[in-house]
Design a binder for this molecule. Structure first.
Ligand code: NAP
Length: 293
C-alpha cells in the first residue's frame, strides 16, 4: 500500500491559526508581537524567504518588518542594527537571514542577538537550552516543525529508533536534541549520520523513522528502508526544470517513487517540512512576546 502523505501545509495552517489566537489575546492586553527580519545583500532566494516571513507574520496579526541592507554592509554596521533591535521593546523576535556576505561572521551576529529575541533558535544560549531540555528557550524552526508533524500524525517516537541524515547546526543536531529529550515527542533512540558515515543504508534499514536533511536528491531510496518506516524529507534542492512555470523545481533528498512504496508515511517536497518552518517561526515569536510582557 502506498505511504500516507504527511501534509505539512495543513499542519502549518493549524499552527498559524493557534498563533493567531495567541496574538489576539496579546492584542487585548495592548501587545502586538513584533518580528523584524534583517536581509543583507540581494540573494534572490533569501529575498523570497524574507517576503514570505513578513507576509505570514502580518496574516497572524503581528508587526512584521524587514530591514534591507546592501551587500557591502560591514559587520560593525550590522551589529549596530542588531543592538538597536535588541533595545526596541516593540520588537520581540529578530531574525538575520542567512547566508550573510563573506565579510560578516555569521556566528558573531547570532551571538549578538538577545537570546530572548532569538526566534531562529541559533544563539548558543538557546542551543544549550534545547540540549538540556529547558522549555523556555527557542528551538530552531525546521526541526521543531518536524517534531510537530510527527506528533500531529500520531507517529510514536518513544522507544523508536530515529536515523537523522545530516549534522548541521540548523537541522540535524537540534533535531537529535529534540527527539532524545524525555517527554512527548521525544524519548527516541537517535543515530546521526553524515558524509563520513560508511554504509548509510545499514543504519536507515534499522530505523523506524528516517529524517533526511542533506541537500542531495536521491539520498534515500526505498530499498534503504525497513517496511513501514516513517520518512521525513527536509532537503530542498532547486533544479532547473524548463517544464515548470518558474523554470525551476524543488527536489527533496528522498526518491519519492520508491520510498512511497515501502514507507508507511512520508512528507512530500514541496508541501511537507517547508511550510512548518515559517509556522514555527511565528510560534516562537508569539512566545517571545508572551514571555516579554
Ligand atoms: P548542510 O549544512 O549542508 O548539511 C548537510 C548535511 O548532510 C551535512 O551534515 C553533511 O555531512 C551531510 N551529508 C552530505 N552528503 C551526505 C551523504 N552522501 N551521506 C550522508 N550525509 C551527507 O545543510 P542543512 O542546512 O542542514 O540543510 C539540509 C537540507 O535541508 C538542504 O537541502 C536545505 O536546503 C534543506 N533545508 C530545508 C528547510 C525547510 O524549511 N524545508 C530548512 C532548512 C534546510 P558533513 O557534515 O559531513 O558535511
Amino acid at each position: 500500500m502506498p505511504a500516507e502523505l504527511i501534509d505539512g501545509a495543513a499542519v502549518a495552517k493549524k499552527v498559524r491559526a493557534e498563533v493567531g489566537e495567541r496574538c489576539k489575546a496579546l492584542a487585548a492586553r495592548g501587545v502586538v508581537p513584533g518580528l523584524t527580519v534583517v536581509l543583507v545583500g540581494d540573494d534572490g532566494g533569501s529575498a523570497v524567504y524574507v517576503r514570505n516571513k513578513e507576509k505570514a507574520s502580518h496574516e497572524v496579526g503581528m508587526n512584521g518588518a524587514t530591514i534591507r541592507m546592501p551587500a557591502t554592509t560591514t559587520q560593525t554596521e550590522l551589529l549596530a542594527v542588531v543592538d538597536r533591535l535588541n533595545a526596541d521593546k516593540a520588537v520581540h523576535g529578530i531574525l538575520v537571514q542567512m547566508p550573510l556576505p563573506k565579510q560578516i561572521d555569521p556566528q558573531a551576529v547570532i551571538r549578538r542577538i538577545a537570546a530572548a529575541k532569538d526566534v531562529d533558535g541559533f544563539h548558543p544560549v538557546n542551543v544549550g537550552k534545547v540540549l538540556i531540555g529547558e522549555r523556555d528557550g527557542f528551538a530552531p524552526c525546521t526541526p521543531a516543525g518536524v517534531q510537530v508533524l510527527l506528533q500531529e500524525y500520531g507517529v510514536e517516537t518513544a522507544g523508536k529508533h530515529v536515523v537523522i541524515i545530516g549534522r548541521s547546526n540548523i537541522v540535524g543536531k537540534p533535531m537529535a536534541a529534540l527527539l532524545v529529550q524525555p517527554g512527548p515527542g521525544g524519548d527516541a533512540t537517535v543515530t546521526i549520520c553524515h558524509s563520513k558515515t560508511p554504509d548509510l543504508a545499514w543504519h536507515t534499514k534499522r530505523a523506524d523513522i528516517v529524517i533526511a536533511a542533506v541537500g542531495r536528491p536521491g539520498t534515500v531510496t526505498g530499498e534503504m528502508l525497513k517496511p513501514g518506516a516513517v520518512v521525513i524529507d527536509v532537503g530542498t534542492t532547486r533544479i532547473v526544470d524548463p517544464s515548470a512555470k518558474s523554470g525551476m523545481r524543488l527536489m527533496g533528498d528522498v526518491d519519492f517513487a520508491s520510498v512511497s512504496q515501502v514507507a508507511s508515511k512520508v512528507t512530500p517536497v514541496p508541501g511537507g517540512v517547508g511550510p512548518m518552518t515559517i509556522a514555527m517561526l511565528l510560534r516562537n515569536t508569539v512566545r517571545a512576546a508572551e514571555q516579554a510582557s
